[in-house]
Design a protein around this ligand. Structure first.
Ligand SMILES: Cc1ncc(COP(=O)(O)OP(=O)(O)O)c(N)n1
Ligand SMILES: Cc1nc(C(=O)O)sc1CCOP(=O)(O)O
Ligand SMILES: [Mg+2]
Length: 555
């Protein structure tokens, strides 16, 4: 397929991301790992160095914090010319640096996402602390005490905090968290339940989202399972705000994991700078680390670094998402026991898919040749039909669908769709959460599910739907959306990840002017509302869209 200039220019844009971290002379972690990651993921990385470490792959031999003046000078220089789309914070050398950074970022970069990796223990061991204590007495390192840092100044200021198991234990030490009459503190490292309670306490204390990395946990053997606690963030469905999720990847059996924590947090910052919402950025960053670990290498005699393998494009790299709906400490609800499909499989090519609220228009479009079509009658507006009129419309639409041998999907009203034998049902994730999916499966109806980004798409996949809608691609006036438009570059990423598993349908702002660009992303199908409903001649508009979509592979 010919290169698409619009997609290419979106991909070519390199947002600025700052890494505020320590220098690792061995090149595996810290600033060096961050800059490699940022470049690999299409960002322009800028660095604010907090400390210089002398290290190789087996040991850290010296650590020297930069002066307060030098730290401030780096920040001011960047602010004047290279304002960031996101910031990652790694190693902070002392409490004075920490307080200054929290204040400076709050004052100078309001609204910029800040990913805080509260580095106290490096992923290859606690060499940083050993180096600090070995060097006690030397003026340059005598004040270093990473384990004693109090990160409270970042409460309410960071966007996401990413502690590992040991860091959770240290962060919670200062917060009184009772567990069976004892304080959890360092006990947070002992088992999954204590860890999870500690993670919740830390998230509450900081009042921000938290990704607790479980890869080092002694109770995890088969998987690397992280716990994501989303605070009440905007930009995502209200269904998931304040939610708790396990993100589970297969364990990669390698000792070459030096810098995996740095890589994860800088990748999250990179994906957010590229416009992803927080849970999507976390999913993609975890996939990135998984792929990097699989291709890791060993340039020295100690643990080597991760490879940089670009934006993940394989579904098998994405973590599985388990939504923890049970508020108790025990995980009782998992993706494995969700009532779900498989729902009937559909051909990859569904044709241009009109979504309409009027049965007469539905008939017009069926006559014009639509082979997949949706009746979407909302019942929350002042001009909504009463129950009898709604049911009559659904009955008539189903009869027309059968008459024209089309795949007719009923939006929202799954009970009526079952009652009258529709071909399928289309549900949003909020609807799917409350619908009796097992009844839809038992009735043999197809299911289309909405998604808005990687996180929602991966959750939707667990229900094994017949197709996956990817929305909204461009701004739309048809409905109010909680999340931002995804754009063509994100649609390319989503299509690469999901189109091999089930038919994908792009929706939102699609019409004749952007159809070619949408086709170039590789998505399987398009759904349209206004492009037909607001056309002066809907049948002609449908035929023109269908012809252009048919011709897409010929370009
Ligand atoms: C093909 C297709 N994709 C997405 C939607 C949106 O469905 P939903 O999230 O249930 O929102 P409403 O349409 O009910 O507002 C759709 N209807 N069709
Ligand atoms: C109904 C709907 N669902 C969306 C989603 O993203 O889930 S976007 C959308 C409206 C699409 O309308 P138009 O083609 O007029 O922009
Ligand atoms: Mg709906």
């Amino acid at each position: 397929m010919a290169a698409n200039p619009l997609v290419e220019s979106e991909l070519a844009a390199r947002p600025v991301v700052w890494t505020i971290a320590g220098s690792d002379s061995g090149g595996g972690a810290g600033i060096q790992a961050d800059l490699l990651t940022l470049h690999d993921l299409g960002c322009h990385g800028c660095s604010v160095i907090t400390a210089i470490t002398a290290q190789n792959s087996v040991a850290v031999t010296a650590v020297e914090p930069v002066s307060p003046a030098m730290l401030a000078a780096q920040l001011e220089a960047l602010k004047a010319d290279l304002y960031p789309a996101a910031v990652k914070i790694g190693l902070i050398a002392n409490q004075a640096q920490l307080e200054f950074l929290a204040q400076w970022l709050g004052d100078n970069l309001p609204g910029v996402p800040v990913i805080l990796d509260p580095v106290m223990v490096a992923s290859c061991g606690d060499e940083l602390q050993h180096a600090a204590s070995r060097a006690q007495g030397a003026a340059t390192v005598s004040t270093l005490d990473f384990s004693g840092l109090d990160f409270s100044a970042f409460a309410g200021r960071a966007t996401l905090i990413t502690p590992n198991v040991t860091e959770v234990a240290r962060l919670v030490s200062g917060i009184a968290v009772p567990y069976a009459g004892e304080s959890i503190g360092e006990e947070a490292e002992s088992d999954c339940t204590r860890w999870r309670l500690a993670v919740r306490a830390v998230a509450r204390h900081f009042g921000v989202s938290l990704l607790a990395k479980g890869g080092d946990a002694r109770w995890q053997t088969q998987h690397a399972s992280d716990l994501l606690l989303l605070s009440d963030i905007g930009n995502i469905s209200t269904l998931y705000r304040g939610g708790e999720f396990y993100l589970e990847s297969p364990r990669v059996d390698t000792a070459n994991n030096h810098g995996s924590g740095c890589t994860l947090s800088s990748a999250i910052a990179a994906f957010m700078a590229k416009g992803m919402v927080l849970p999507d950025a976390v999913m993609m960053a975890k996939a990135y680390v998984y792929e990097g670990l699989k291709a890791s290498f060993q340039p020295g005699s100690g643990p080597g670094p991760l490879a940089r393998t670009g934006t993940p494009a394989s579904l098998s790299s994405l973590p599985k998402v388990r939504w923890v709906k049970e508020p108790s400490a025990k995980l009782t609800k998992s993706a494995d026991d969700m009532p779900a499909g498989p729902f009937p499989a559909l051909p990859r090519d569904l044709g241009v898919y009109p979504v309409v609220s009027d049965v007469a228009l539905l008939q017009t479009l069926l006559e014009a040749g639509a082979k997949t079509i949706q009746l979407r009658i909302k019942t929350d507006t002042p001009d909504s039909p009463d129950d009898a009129a709604l049911e009559a419309a659904i009955v008539r639409a189903i009869a027309l669908g059968k008459q024209y041998q089309a795949r007719l999907f009923i939006n929202d009203h799954w009970q009526l769709a079952i009652k009258h034998g529709a071909f399928g049902v289309h549900l949003g994730q909020e609807d799917a959460d409350s619908a009796a999916l097992e009844r839809i499966v038992a009735a043999g109806l197809a299911l289309g599910l909405s998604s808005h980004g990687v996180f929602e798409a991966r959750l939707a996949l667990e229900l094994k739907p017949s197709y996956l809608a990817l929305g909204h691609i461009f701004p739309t006036t048809t409905k109010t959306m909680p999340s931002p438009p995804q754009g063509l570059s994100m649609l390319t990423t989503l299509s690469r990840l999901f189109s091999k598993s089930l038919p994908t349908v792009a929706i939102g702002g699609i019409d004749g002017t952007n159809l070619t660009d949408v086709a170039a992303t590789g998505v399987d199908n398009i759904a349209v509302v206004r492009a037909v409903t607001q056309a002066s001649e809907p049948a002609a508009a449908y035929r023109a869209l269908a012809a252009a979509w048919e011709a897409r592979h010929a370009r």
